[in-house]
Design a binder for this molecule. Structure first.
Ligand code: CS2
Length: 483
């Protein structure tokens, strides 16, 4: 609890701010037409900003109600500020803050289940967006479909669909089913998480949930969904570190108001969306979003180059005893690593996306930004779900072609070392991964077991690969990163 006596940020105190610090729209003029799941910093620094500009530039009242899957506390804090918060752009030469005004409602998914369903059946709501991270999808590593045996999914499948479900997939499936029963107009549900084919993955998860439910009308619901619910794929990009105390202090200094939920981000942002919406949507193109027929070239470039090198920096930086991406980029190997990894995987990218060499140079500049404190721990978390999107598909393709993969091997070795119990980074599979270290004396066997644990049996059977990864352990254990 802050003891600062300055007034809190809310609609009343907003009026006293200099015009450049205020939202670009008057939040009182917006209505909820977008529902967003995942109230984290990323949404507030990305989709909320595009939506705010789209509303301002079009004059259309596109407001967002954001749903927090778990954090009742964030919802309470946001409501106390009339859903306003500040965004600080961190530039190498200083920072710039302002208040964002596109979020007009905040709900907690469990306690506010009825209100969430009411919005999902509201004809005025025609867009749902999601940032729930890879683990929010509960995908089975074996099939890619919904893991209906995962305890939270199984619990939601046997619960009353009107009650407080705990998975976003369950809540969304139940809310969309209510919309189908009410005969409300078509809606688009947009996954904004870092997964190849995120639209298709989400569609599959929702359809699998309905199919596995015991709802008597599930066949009818599925038919209606097929006709009236679109799941466009998207690529979202902006580096948004988790908020810390220094961000709260920066917001206080810029606004002269207390903001419990500020966000800080790099200046760069990008949004590419598949142009296949089922109904009205905010005109995000007015703020630079790109609507394309096929997002795959952009998606794979972003996942394999940006997120791929981010994860590599996270595990290698951790092995070298560092804390942030900027620290890691300041070593004598950081920039080379980004360029080398991008060059190694560039051959796996489809044509039609950005030029990989220019993209790598832009990444070096973005990652180097000394004004950002992006913790390696944040990026390194949930590695079992991230590396399967960021590294393994490219690794598989390169090895099938007989191409050497030294950078991915080094990165895999650093990830592997970060799964040992004593060093374990947060991961839903942490126990399973730590158990792979067992009592085996042979490091290649450990690598093999780890690859199997993340569903990559084919790579686990590649003896040359597992030996090459294990060969990197001694250097990394000594804190040396040798490209
Ligand atoms: C990061 C991403 O935390 C992570 O895993 O790689 O959040 C990354 O910062 C964003 O995708 C950038 O758009």
């Amino acid at each position: 609890m802050s003891t600062d006596i300055r007034p809190p940020l809310n609609r009343m105190s907003l009026a006293g701010l200099a015009p450049g610090l205020r939202p670009v729209i008057d939040p009182a003029e917006l209505r909820t037409r977008v529902v967003h799941f995942g109230l984290g910093a990323f949404h507030r620094a990305h989709q909320a900003v595009y939506t705010e500009h789209a509303a301002a530039r079009s004059g259309e009242p596109w407001g967002i109600t954001a749903v927090a899957p778990r954090s009742v506390e964030t919802v309470r804090a946001l409501r106390e500020q009339d859903c306003l918060y500040s965004l600080t752009e961190r530039r190498p030469d200083g920072h710039r803050s302002r208040v964002v005004g596109s979020v007009v409602g905040a709900l907690a998914m469990g306690p506010d289940a009825r209100a969430v369903d009411a919005l999902l059946t509201d004809p005025e709501v025609t867009v749902v967006t999601l940032t729930v991270t890879e683990k929010g999808y509960h995908r089975s590593p074996a099939t890619g479909g919904l893991d209906t045996g995962a305890p939270p999914v199984a619990a939601d499948l046997s619960a009353d669909p009107g009650g407080p479900l705990t998975t976003v997939i369950g809540r969304l499936a139940a809310g969309l089913a209510a919309r189908m029963r009410a005969g409300a107009p078509p809606i688009s549900v947009v996954s904004c998480d870092n997964m190849a084919d995120n639209g298709a993955s989400l569609r599959r998860g929702i359809h699998d949930f309905v199919r596995a439910s015991t709802w008597p009308d599930r066949t009818h619901i599925l038919d209606r969904m097929t006709e009236t619910v679109a799941f466009p794929a998207t690529v979202v990009d902006r580096i948004v570190p988790a908020t810390d105390e220094s961000d709260r202090a920066a917001a206080l200094a810029s606004l002269g108001l207390r903001d419990a939920l500020p966000v800080a981000a790099e200046p760069y942002r990008q949004w590419v969306l598949q142009d296949s919406f089922a109904g009205p949507r905010p005109p995000w193109e007015l703020d630079g979003a790109l609507f394309v027929e096929d997002v795959a070239p952009y998606q794979l470039t972003k996942l394999r180059l940006l997120n791929g090198s981010h994860s590599a920096l996270a595990y290698l930086g951790t092995a070298a005893g560092l804390t942030t991406i900027a620290d890691t980029m300041a070593t004598d190997w950081g920039e080379d690593l980004v360029r080398a990894l991008c060059a190694e995987v560039a051959h796996t990218l489809p044509s039609g996306g950005p030029d990989p060499t220019a993209y790598a140079e832009d990444l070096v500049v973005r990652f180097r930004n000394p004004a950002m404190r992006h913790r390696l721990l944040q990026i390194g978390s949930d590695g079992s779900l991230k590396i399967t999107e960021r590294w393994l598909p490219a690794l598989r393709e390169l090895r099938a072609r007989g191409t050497r993969t030294p950078v991915l091997e080094l990165a895999l070795a650093a990830w592997a070392l970060g799964t040992r119990r004593a060093d374990a980074l947060p991961d839903p599979a942490a126990d399973t991964l730590a158990a792979c270290w067992g009592s085996t004396a042979n490091p290649s066997d450990t690598v093999r077991a780890l690859l199997r644990a993340v569903g990559a049996n084919d790579l686990a059977d590649d003896d040359v690969l597992t030996a090459a990864v294990a060969d990197r352990f001694p250097g990394l254990r000594a804190g040396r990163v040798e490209l």
